[in-house]
Design a protein around this ligand. Structure first.
Ligand code: SUG
Length: 449
C-alpha cells in the first residue's frame, strides 16, 4: 500500500476457450515455432488463474478481464462468408483455413496489449485515461479492440474517475500495441510519474534504423497520439526507439526486453537504440532517482532473453520498498538466465529482493509471458471503489472462476477442431455465464441487440 491508498492492480486476461496454436504472429518466435501443436485451453486458463491467485495470496491487488467471443463469426460475415454459423465455419475451414484460425485466436488473453493507461495522478483533469490499442499489425489481433473497448468501458464506467479515448486509426502509421510498449516510472505510486513510450519505427520521415527481418509493431506517431489524448506533457514523457536488431531477434514488444516499475528499470543492453539518451532523459524528467538494472549481452544472449522471457517478468512493488520479480518457469530451464537472476539481479544493489517462478507454459508457447498476461492499472482507493462489476480477485471469485473453467473448457484443441460448430456453442454458453459471474453486463456481440 502506498500513500492515499494508491495501488497497482494487475488485470490479467482470462485465457479463452479457443486457446490454440496457429502460428499467427509473425516475428514472435514462440508463436511461429509452436504452430500446429495441440493446445490445452483448460490448463491454460487454470495456469493463468493460479498465477493470479498466488499473487493475490502474496498481498498484491489482482483484477481479471474476460476473454472474447471466438470464433468471431461477425468477422467471417464481413469477409463475405454467409449462411448459418455452421455453414460459415465449414466454408471458412475449406476455403480459407488461415482466416478461420485468425478468427478463433484467444489472443485477448495478453491484456498488456489491451490498451494504454495513464493513472489519474498524472493526468491534467485528475481522471484515469484509457486508449484501447488498435492492434492493426495482425488480423487476428485487429479483431480485439472493439470488444476490449466495451469491456473497459463496462468496468471503468464511472465518468467522474475514468476517461475513455477512441482507438487510434487502424492504419500502419498509427500502429499501436498498448501497454506492452509503455512503462510508467515513479517514486511512490501517488507521486508524479514519467511515461516511457518505446516504438519500433517512425511512420512519417522515418525509414532509417528499422528492423529488416520482422515488423516493428509500434510507431512513434501512435505513442505520441496516445500521450496527447491523455494530456501528458513533454516533461512527463520520454519516447525511445527500440533497437531494430532486437526486433529482428524476436523482440516484438518492448516488454520482451525490458520491465520497469516504481523507480526501477530492468532492461537488456539491446533494448534501446540509444540507451544513453534514453536513460539521461528519464533521469532529467523523473522526480526520483532512476534505478537502472542493466543486463549485458554477455550475461544473457538475445536468444536466451527471447526463449526465457526473463524481461517479460512482472516487477511488483512491496510496501517495504523491496520488489519482487515474477518470472516464467522457462527462466529456470536456461542456466545463464537463472544464474543472472540469482547472482546479478537478486544479488545486485537494487530493490529486487525476491523471485517467484510461475508456470504459464500454455501462454508462453504463443509468446505470452507473465507480463503479457496483465494490464497494470494504478488506482486510488476511491477509484477501486468506483469500479463496476466483480472484477477484483478474492477467494470467492477465484473459486467461481476455477469452477467455471472446469465446467466449460476443453483440455485438448487441435487446429482442426476450430471448425467444430459445437465449440462455438460452448463458447457462447460459457461467456454468457461469465458476464453474469463478473456482473459486467452485455459486452459481447452475441449479447447485443
Ligand atoms: O501478439 N501472440 C501474441 C503474444 C502477445 C504477447 N504480448 C506481449 N508481449 N505483451 C502476439 O504476438 C499468437 C497467436 C497464435 O499464433 O495463435 C499471438 O498472437
Amino acid at each position: 500500500m502506498s500513500m492515499h491508498g494508491i495501488r497497482e492492480v494487475n488485470f490479467d486476461g482470462l485465457v479463452g476457450l479457443t486457446h490454440n496454436y496457429s502460428g499467427l504472429a509473425h516475428g514472435n518466435v514462440a508463436s511461429m515455432s509452436h504452430g500446429g501443436l495441440v493446445s490445452n485451453p483448460k490448463e491454460g486458463a487454470l495456469q493463468g488463474l493460479a498465477k493470479m491467485k498466488s499473487l493475490m495470496d502474496a498481498g498484491y491487488a489482482q483484477g481479471v478481464l474476460p476473454p472474447q467471443q471466438r470464433p468471431d463469426l461477425g468477422a467471417l460475415r464481413d469477409l463475405g462468408f454467409s449462411g448459418s454459423d455452421r455453414e460459415m465455419l465449414a466454408r471458412a475451414a475449406t476455403q480459407a483455413p488461415q482466416l478461420l484460425r485468425a478468427v478463433c485466436s484467444a489472443s485477448s488473453m495478453w491484456t498488456a496489449n489491451a490498451g494504454t493507461i495513464t493513472p489519474s495522478v498524472d493526468a491534467p483533469d485528475g481522471r484515469m485515461h484509457i486508449t484501447p490499442a488498435n492492434l492493426q499489425s495482425s488480423f487476428h489481433r485487429y479483431l480485439e479492440p472493439r470488444t476490449t473497448g466495451r469491456v473497459l468501458q463496462a468496468i471503468f464506467r464511472d465518468e467522474q474517475h475514468f476517461a475513455h479515448h477512441p482507438v487510434l486509426p487502424a492504419t500502419p502509421a498509427f500502429s499501436d500495441e498498448g501497454a506492452a510498449n509503455h512503462t510508467r516510472l515513479c517514486g511512490e505510486y501517488g507521486e508524479p510519474g514519467v511515461h516511457l513510450f518505446v516504438y519500433g519505427r517512425q511512420a512519417f520521415g522515418g525509414g532509417r534504423n528499422e528492423p529488416k527481418r520482422y515488423p516493428a509493431r509500434q510507431t512513434l506517431e501512435a505513442s505520441q497520439a496516445v500521450a496527447r489524448q491523455h494530456g501528458l506533457s513533454d516533461a512527463q514523457t520520454v519516447f525511445a526507439q527500440q533497437h531494430p536488431e532486437a526486433i529482428d531477434a524476436g523482440v516484438f514488444h518492448n516488454d520482451v526486453i525490458a520491465v520497469g516499475n516504481g523507480p526501477v528499470l530492468l532492461y537488456h543492453e539491446m533494448a534501446f537504440l540509444d540507451e544513453e539518451r534514453t536513460l539521461n532523459e528519464l533521469r532529467a524528467k523523473m522526480s526520483t532517482p532512476l534505478i537502472p538494472v542493466r543486463v549485458p549481452v554477455e550475461a544473457v544472449s538475445m536468444e536466451d532473453a527471447v526463449a526465457s522471457y526473463l524481461f517479460n517478468s512482472q516487477l511488483l512493488s512491496n510496501p517495504d520498498g523491496t520488489m519482487t520479480l515474477v518470472v516464467p518457469s522457462e527462466c529456470q530451464e536456461r542456466e545463464a538466465v537463472w544464474n543472472t537472476i540469482q547472482n546479478f539481479i537478486l544479488a545486485g544493489n537494487n530493490p529486487i529482493g525476491e523471485v517467484i517462478v510461475k508456470d504459464v507454459k500454455q501462454s508462453m508457447r504463443n509468446g505470452g509471458g507473465p507480463a503479457c498476461l496483465r494490464l497494470r492499472v494504478v488506482l486510488s482507493e476511491a477509484e477501486r471503489a468506483a469500479l463496476t462489476g466483480r472484477v477484483l480477485l478474492n477467494e470467492a471469485l477465484y473459486s467461481d472462476l476455477t469452477a467455471w473453467v472446469n465446467r466449460h473448457y476443453r483440455d485438448r484443441l487441435a487446429t482442426d477442431d476450430l471448425a467444430d460448430p459445437q465449440l462455438a456453442t460452448e463458447v457462447l454458453t460459457a461467456l454468457d455465464e461469465l458476464t453474469q459471474l463478473l456482473n459486467i453486463g452485455s459486452v459481447y456481440p452475441f449479447q447485443q441487440g
